[in-house]
Design a protein around this ligand. Structure first.
Ligand code: S3P
Length: 173
């Protein structure tokens, strides 16, 4: 039996909205690593990035990641870059049933075209940046996940599908 469901995937793949749907309908508490980072640092993610840079952000993100195996009964949405570190990937696998929410560059671009809250997309050519990040990360997401779910339906429908898969998986264990 897994104690948590962990959502991984790119920015804009719907981790927070799907995670919230799951927690509304099932006995799981929603949390997300970016919120935990903001609580720990006392600043927003964009402010922390601009004042301290990505390396400092990744260090705090890893510290938060190390605490995830202690959670029980949670749905945990994670920042898109959490899989970049091998120790993080190993910790995520120990923290729960890991679901990769797979979205294409076009889907992510459509969702984040006007977003100002992702420092890594603060660039004139968002599409090229998203494509680069996906190329760099796709295999890491797949390697870390217990299951891959395509983002082809509404958050509510995807949440339902994830819950059914989770129940079926837990019964097999
Ligand atoms: C990042 C994703 C963001 C946040 C930070 C870096 C990334 O989280 O952690 O801006 O490297 O992909 P979301 O995936 O929740 O947007």
């Amino acid at each position: 039996m897994y104690h948590n469901i962990v959502l991984i995937g790119m920015m804009g793949s719907g981790k927070s909205s799907i995670g919230r749907c799951l927690s509304e309908h099932h006995p799981l508490i929603f949390t997300d690593t970016d919120t935990l980072i903001a609580q720990k640092t006392g600043s927003s993610i964009p402010d922390f990035f601009s004042q301290n840079g990505e390396v400092a952000f990744r260090k705090i993100e890893s510290e938060i990641c190390e605490t995830l195996p202690n959670y029980k009964g949670y749905i945990i949405a994670t920042g898109g870059g959490i899989v970049l570190s091998k120790p993080n990937r190993q910790t995520l696998k120990k923290s729960g049933w890991v679901v990769y929410l797979h979205a294409s560059t076009a889907q992510i671009l459509a969702r984040l075209a006007h977003d100002q809250s992702r420092p890594l997309l603060n660039t004139p050519d968002k599409e090229a940046r998203i494509q680069d990040l996906l190329t760099q990360r796709e295999s890491l997401y797949r390697r870390t996940a217990h299951v891959v779910v395509d983002i082809t339906a509404s958050p509510t429908e995807i949440a339902k599908m994830i819950w059914h898969k989770y129940q079926a998986t837990c019964q097999e264990l």
